[in-house]
Design a binder for this molecule. Structure first.
Ligand code: UDP
Ligand code: MG
Length: 316
């Protein structure tokens, strides 16, 4: 569970986890909480839980890295044969966990929960469904619709994900990319009880853009196609101008045409450069090869041997 400023959710979290354990007594549970650089008392709450119950482990990141990286840290430190990712605000109902476990026992590796209904606004649900369509049109790999990070992953999936160390992450794309046996189940997203959503419109836009850019090179193709189209049109227009000038002798005219053409071409060039720049920025960030995150402590212990080098090699 990645948590960023979730101090008010902990009471609910603890009661939900107790329920998970009571409802699924055949399993050994570890509840791994990742503190993503919270500025409130989230860490203190985690320490309290860990002290009262050793099933709770916590990982304290050195600053706020964002949910994608917090989940990556979770993959690195979680131990079990299977891993369930949940939001700390308990918007993900624990009631579907038995179903997830059942499918896992049947042999599925990635049981993802799809939102059946959500309390999002019309605009938000419309844009998100359009976005999934766009993303799907860019790739052959099937993308799961209305699916967040709420899912059960088998150890094999976790080990696969652990090998993908990119910092510019879009984990949603990665679940699809790694393959394995997938099974979708439905759930009703709950209202957030405590605290507030950490996503502003701008960060959602960034997430969406990151989703496309770190998943597909299609925008680069788009830039090429646009360039080609504009060149063809320009070439046809060029021939037209030569013929008309030679036949009728063009008096000096055409300020509007020149302006429009210049502005249009300038726009297309900037767009192309912008797309290139987006990819270049990602290459820049990856090529530095920095660790994706640093940890302050794991269960209160500092200088853990895993701190600088998380084990991310697949089991042989
Ligand atoms: N989260 C995080 N780091 C961040 C932002 C969010 O770990 O920088 C966690 C947050 O604590 C929550 C989950 O990611 O457990 C989903 O965040 P939120 O509930 O704000 O998103 P929403 O449900 O509104 O999409
Ligand atoms: Mg939430």
């Amino acid at each position: 569970m990645p948590a960023y400023n979730e101090e008010s959710s902990f009471e609910q979290l603890a009661s939900c986890m107790t329920r998970v354990r009571d409802e699924n007594p055949d399993y050994e549970w570890e509840f791994l909480l990742v503190n993503d650089g919270s500025t409130d008392n989230t860490l203190q709450q985690m320490i309290k839980l860990h002290e009262s119950d050793p099933h709770y482990n916590y990982l304290d990141l050195s600053r706020n890295y964002g949910k994608e990286i917090a989940m990556m840290a979770g993959f690195d430190y979680a131990t079990g044969d299977a891993l369930i990712i949940m939001d700390a605000d308990m918007q993900h109902p624990v009631s579907v966990i038995p179903e997830m476990l059942r499918y896992w026992e049947e042999g599925y590796d990635d049981i993802y929960a799809q939102r059946r209904s959500s309390n999002e606004s019309w605009l938000k649900s419309k844009t998100s469904s359009l976005y999934y369509k766009l993303l799907q049109s860019l790739t052959r790999i099937p993308i799961q619709k209305n699916t967040g990070d709420f899912r059960l992953l088998d150890r094999s999936c976790v080990e696969a994900l652990k090998q993908m160390r990119e910092v510019e992450r879009n984990t949603k794309g990665m679940y699809s990319w790694i393959g394995y046996h997938k099974k979708g189940i439905y759930y009703d997203q709950l209202q957030r009880q405590q605290g507030s959503s950490k996503w502003s419109a701008m960060s959602l836009f960034n997430l969406a853009l990151n989703g496309i850019m770190s998943y597909s090179t299609a925008p680069l193709r788009l830039a090429s196609i646009l360039g080609l189209l504009v060149s063809v049109v320009a070439f046809i227009y060029l021939i037209y101008i030569i013929i008309v000038t030679n036949l009728y002798g063009e008096p000096v005219q055409g300020f509007p045409t020149i302006m429009v053409t210049m502005l249009f071409l300038g726009g297309v060039q900037l767009l192309g450069m912008g797309i290139l720049g987006e990819y270049l920025a990602r290459v820049f960030n990856e090529v530095k090869g920095r660790p994706a995150y640093f940890i302050n402590s794991y269960n209160g212990k500092r200088n853990d041997s895993r701190q600088s080098q998380p084990q991310h090699q697949a089991k042989s």
